[in-house]
Design a protein around this ligand. Structure first.
Ligand code: ATP
Length: 240
């Protein structure tokens, strides 16, 4: 990941050139040190928003425009099945029945087990979040773009914005978000309101975000807002 303070744009080396560097280089002590042949200098843009804000919709539009997008929550659901070490750790925490007879993560069982047990949920997250972080780091190395986007529900809650070049918050009026999620998931008004109340406030997130996209209108208008945001991002102008 690129650090904006230590790696300003004018120092960037094209990825193609980096890819052609041999796999072995000399380290300071003169010993040969094996380094990763691929190293991305893409700037990571954190993309977040509360339930029903439209962050996935925004991510999909950005992806269609040609930017690489990492969907953290989607990957987390895959990693619990793919990462053997993580699997063993989860079994140690929650028992073997956290995985079904076919070896797949039993989401329903786990949800019931951690429901109303915030310590257990926290411990589970302590196992999953670093695995997602590593997965993202591996993914970003293979991206050939000046900017990559990381869509995640918990950007500010987990302080992930600190490792991002910029952050984008997608927000919309509460009632609109609730209606959109009711239409999407069939949840009740009260259920969604409860989830919203447990999430970080929009006010707090707005203070932390570099860019805010207000998603209170049509999808066409949302696309226009995204284009404006991308233009500002490329020109390095926050809070446009
Ligand atoms: P969650 O955190 O619950 O996953 P999200 O922030 O990713 O939500 P989306 O899934 O992108 O939100 O959007 C919620 C719903 O609202 C989706 O069904 C999406 O198609 C719809 N939606 C998003 N933006 C708009 C819009 N501007 N106009 C109409 N529908 C929209």
């Amino acid at each position: 990941m690129t650090d904006k303070k230590t790696n300003p744009k004018d120092e960037l080396i094209p990825l193609k050139k980096i890819n052609s560097i041999p796999n072995l280089i000399q380290d300071n002590s003169g010993k040969e040190a094996k380094v990763k042949s691929r190293q991305s200098f893409a700037k990571t843009i954190g993309l977040t928003g509360g339930i029903g804000s439209g962050k996935t919709t925004v991510a999909q539009v950005i992806e269609k425009m040609g930017f690489p997008v990492y969907y953290s929550d989607v990957r987390a659901k895959e990693i619990v099945n793919e990462d053997k070490v993580l699997k063993e750790k989860i079994k140690m925490l929650l028992g073997n029945t956290a995985y079904d007879e076919n070896g797949f993560y039993d989401r329903k069982f786990v949800a019931e087990k951690v429901f109303n047990n915030s310590n257990l949920l926290q411990n589970l997250n302590t196992l999953i979040h670093p695995a997602v972080k590593t997965d993202f780091e591996n993914w970003v190395k293979n991206q050939n773009s000046d900017f990559v986007f990381k869509e995640t529900a918990l950007l500010f809650e987990l302080n992930l914005n600190e490792t991002c070049y910029k952050s984008i918050l997608v927000t919309a009026d509460d009632r609109l978000r609730i209606k959109r999620v009711m239409d999407r998931d069939g949840k009740t008004y009260r259920e969604i309101e409860n989830i919203m109340q447990k999430q970080m406030s929009e006010k707090a997130k707005c203070k932390l975000a570099d860019f805010i996209i207000y998603n209170n209108s049509t999808l066409e208008n949302l696309k226009v807002e995204i284009e404006k945001m991308l233009a500002a991002l490329i020109q390095n102008k926050s809070k446009f």
